[in-house]
Design a protein around this ligand. Sequence first.
Ligand code: TGC
Ligand code: FAD
Length: 392
Amino acid sequence: MKPDLFESPDYFMLDDLLSEEHKLVRDATRQWVKRSVSPIIEEYAQKAEFPKELLGGLAEIGAFGPYIPQEYGGAGLDQISYGLIMQEIERGDSGIRSTASVQSSLVMYPIFAYGTEEQKKKFLPKLATGDLIGCFGLTEPDHGSNPSGMVTNFKDKGDHYLLNGAKLWISNSPFADIAVVWAKNEEGRIHGLIVERGMEGFSTPETHNKWSLRASATGELIFDNVKVPKENLLPGKNGLGAPLGCLDSARYGIAWGAIGAAMDCYDTALRYAKERVQFGRPIAATQLQQKKLAEMITEITKAQLLAFRLGQLKNEGKATTAQISMAKRNNVEMAIKIAREARQVLGGMGITGEYSIMRHMMNLESVITYEGTHDIHLLITGADITGIPAFS
Ligand code: TGC
Ligand code: FAD
């Protein structure tokens, strides 16, 4: 892969709106990505393997629980810092951002928000340092967009719960130490349970043959009469709203993360267009390529402004699920379109692993599907503005 020459586009001087802490956090993450992710990521993506050597670095830059309070091992940062960290990591690779998103928003967040004090003290500090890695089990083979139909269930057996069922498409499952699993009790009410590797009847087979997120490990969670200690149930919230509350936080991070992937594609295409000479002049001198590049920077700028305002609302506790959906949907679509256009700017070179664009493009095919598909986010906006849910 070519050396990482990334220069961040900031057309509307958003830096002026960031605090010193935001810039410090952003720059530290950017440097870490240049130093640790860019040199190795293409090789791991080609061999379809998650680079576990990055876990320590992710913990060091505060990517595991950026907004979790310091007393539980988190970095105690605000939501804009969290967004900037996700943006910079995804600038390197969506799969690495996935690991950070899942650990922070789908594992640490539910334990922090719905867990007991004992659960928080037991799990959060180790999750923050990366000594424990977690995954989040909501999706099932027959229940993706409609998690309320889940069939994974647990029964009260007196001194423990007995868990049965299966989850599919679970990021990090093949190597996770713990899983936050959503399952129905005997009354059909959804609860979160912490399932630990090593519990009898619990297995996590890996899903192979992915053309997308190749540097991220995806797998199943299988529960065959797993005895889960009662103290592993998250008591603070139940019902579908409990997992959906976690998704709000992860989707928010993705709204920022997708900007990172788009910025990398734009920056690569701009540099290439200025250097690549055809018909005796750089292709950047042609109106057709300028149109592509000008539209890319316009869309990136709009997405940056959307994410920044959403971050302000989130800091004030005012961001709604529907606003988060709009930002996730818009920014991921923006990124995937830019990846496709940028790939064309590079001509044949665009399809090779010498450049990051095709990897981003393939990754974004997962990002546009997970955490709620493009369609589902549109329907969330539709339900919000009309007051009429059109899901079923
Ligand atoms: P609906 O009737 O709308 O809601 C059920 C209950 O939940 C409440 N609620 C929320 N509560 C908190 N936060 C939210 N964001 C909430 N949204 C809804 C709601 O008020 C209601 O409460 P109550 O008390 O009345 O029962 O539910 P529905 O079944 O009609 O579904 C709505 C829909 C389709 C929007 C929802 O199911 C959905 O979002 N589906 C998409 C599923 C999804 O996003 N899955 C993601 C799996 S995790 C993942 O992909 C990780 S990828 C990680 C990575 O690698 O980065
Ligand atoms: P389906 O729900 O079957 O949807 C198929 C198509 O139908 C989509 O185009 C969808 O938009 C459309 N559709 C569905 N319902 C409607 C409707 N009402 N109206 C119109 N169109 C509709 N899940 C987890 O729980 N944890 C994870 O860590 C996780 N990681 C993932 C990692 C990867 C790489 C991938 C690909 C997925 C991951 N997921 C995870 C699962 C992800 O959240 C689901 O794939 C997603 O929610 C969609 O579910 P589905 O794949 O079953 O598609």
